[in-house]
Design a protein around this ligand. Structure first.
Ligand code: S3P
Length: 185
């Protein structure tokens, strides 16, 4: 049996209620959506998809290039298109970008796609900004005006996600386990 990073559990050992076909992780930049998503997908034996990577694959430009050349509105359109295509997949964990929730079309997709469980990974803004500062490998063109963005988005995350996991004190493995527990109710 292959031993994985997920607490020594073999991939695919954990199952969710049969009513869930896809798990979508939302939350602000630095909330751990990608790291948690990969671990969760491994636990479930499902596919992992990161929305930013999907946008880049479809568009052929990097996220910072899209922002620099075409602006935020164009990025949100590309993001909603990429999300629509991912929402057609089954047995998938999807990590959203932190701002996807601001686009009405993306919110409607999340709310109206059946068998889709949206989970809000929550932490205080201070913690999120500390994590972003440490994560030098990820370019985040919209980190400016973080406080205003956070205030605007927090109620949207809360509204769209049926489940919430507070990540402040938790290591990534524990967050993935907490997501499973939240989804099992
Ligand atoms: C954004 C968050 C980023 C990425 C883009 C815009 C945002 O994703 O989609 O830079 O508006 O908050 P992460 O939340 O994965 O950093």
């Amino acid at each position: 049996m292959e031993i994985t990073k997920t607490g020594g559990r073999a991939s695919g050992q954990v199952s969710l209620p049969a009513t869930v076909d896809r798990v979508v992780l939302t939350g602000f930049m630095g909330s751990g959506k990608t790291t948690t998503g990969k671990l969760l997908a491994e636990l479930l034996g499902w596919e992992f998809r990161d929305l930013d990577r999907e946008i880049e694959r479809r568009d052929g430009r990097t996220v910072p290039q899209i922002f620099a050349e075409s602006g935020e509105e164009a990025f949100r359109r590309l993001e909603a298109g990429a999300l629509a295509s991912l929402c057609g997949r089954r047995r998938v964990v999807i990590a959203l970008g932190g701002g996807a929730i601001e686009e009405l079309r993306s919110r409607l997709l999340l709310e109206q796609t059946p068998r889709t469980a949206v989970v809000y990974l929550q932490a205080p803004l201070e913690t999120l900004l500390e994590r972003c500062a440490k994560d030098e490998g990820t370019a985040r063109p919209l980190l400016g005006e973080a406080e205003a963005r956070f205030k605007r988005r927090h109620p949207l995350y809360e509204r769209v996600a049926r489940h919430k996991v507070t990540t402040t004190e938790l290591a990534a493995e524990a967050v993935a386990e907490a997501v499973v527990a939240a989804l099992r109710g």
